[in-house]
Design a protein around this ligand. Structure first.
Ligand SMILES: [Zn+2]
Length: 234
């Protein structure tokens, strides 16, 4: 029996063709945002299940973490790059939610991320988040949360752009300041907890390190890290 909802969805799809965010092909289901072909071709890293994987090694001597992973290899002109672009610059939060679900399934399957208590999205500058309308890392966290049933904490740590006394500093130092200005807002909530810090694409790990060092100031906190994708470019 065909439900009224299904008929309605089919009708909407006739009016508004629904396309895969990765390749543009027609999608049959209105609740899909990425087609099965694009999904099955995403380059999974399998880092979640792998101790001492490249993301964990990236933080050796920089940040004390429990586990770290990135779900997919990120490369230029790839389907994944198109998907991340849709999430970050085209307002396509459905894509981010779906990618978050897939990342969550990787974490769930690995057995290495089962002691987590909460998800913390890497914060954006307030002005940027206002312009975009959302933080893409929060969208990813919501997808992970759907799989792992963990709370998403968006008010723990904030990101600020330093505006004062910058003129006297050299360029490198200014850039460092802009990148590394995180502050704890509500540390008591995560005291003694194991939190997963989540970002979209990890390259050098500098931003995650800067944010992680601030979060690690909380008493008894255990920190793990997950990015949707790992870019070894630049
Ligand atoms: Zn596709």
């Amino acid at each position: 029996m065909i439900s009224t909802r299904k008929l309605f969805d089919d009708f909407i799809r006739l009016l508004y063709p629904h396309n895969c965010a990765g390749c543009g092909s027609d999608l049959l289901e209105t609740d899909q945002s990425i087609c099965i072909h694009c999904y099955s071709n995403l380059p999974e890293t399998n880092f979640a299940a792998l101790p001492a994987n490249p993301i964990e090694k990236m933080f050796y001597g920089r940040l004390d973490i429990e586990q770290a992973t990135a779900g997919y290899y990120f490369s230029k002109r790839s389907v994944l790059q198109r998907l991340v672009h849709q999430l970050k610059y085209k307002g396509n939060t459905d894509v981010g939610h779906q990618l978050g679900i897939w990342l969550g399934q990787q974490l769930q399957k690995s057995n290495r991320f089962h002691s987590l208590d909460a998800l913390v999205p890497l914060p954006l500058f307030a002005a940027k988040e206002k312009r975009r309308g959302y933080n893409q890392s929060t969208i990813l966290c919501n997808g992970i949360s759907e799989v792992m049933q963990l709370p998403v904490l968006t008010t723990i740590v904030t990101r600020k752009r330093y505006t004062d006394t910058q003129t006297k500093k050299g360029r490198a130092e200014r850039i460092k300041n802009v990148d590394e200005s995180f502050a704890l807002a509500e540390p008591s909530i995560i005291s003694g907890k194991h939190v997963l810090l989540v970002d979209d694409v990890i390259t050098t790990g500098a931003t995650m390190e800067a944010c992680g060092l601030v979060v690690k100031q909380v008493a008894g906190l255990k920190l793990s890290i997950a990015a949707l994708a790992f870019s070894s470019d630049d």
